[in-house]
Design a protein around this ligand. Structure first.
Ligand SMILES: [Ca+2]
Length: 68
């Protein structure tokens, strides 16, 4: 039985639980994933930014179509 937490597998200030033949990361609110490697807020921000960019592109194309 090893201490799987010995290699610090949990990222972003997560708490590591040493279990039998496995580990579990207790992520902070801002992160998710097996190793807490995914930032929830960052992902949301990226999605919002992408949606805004797409919406702007659509508006620009619509405006161009009206002009032409
Ligand atoms: Ca263990």
């Amino acid at each position: 039985e090893l201490n799987e937490c010995a290699s610090n597998p949990c990222l972003n200030a997560a708490t590591c639980l040493n279990l039998v033949n496995q580990f579990k990361c207790i992520c902070t609110d801002e992160f998710t994933g097996t190793h807490c490697q995914h930032g929830n807020d960052d992902d949301d921000d990226d999605d919002m930014m992408m949606k805004m960019i797409v919406a702007m592109m659509v508006m620009i194309v619509q405006t161009m179509l009206k002009v032409v």
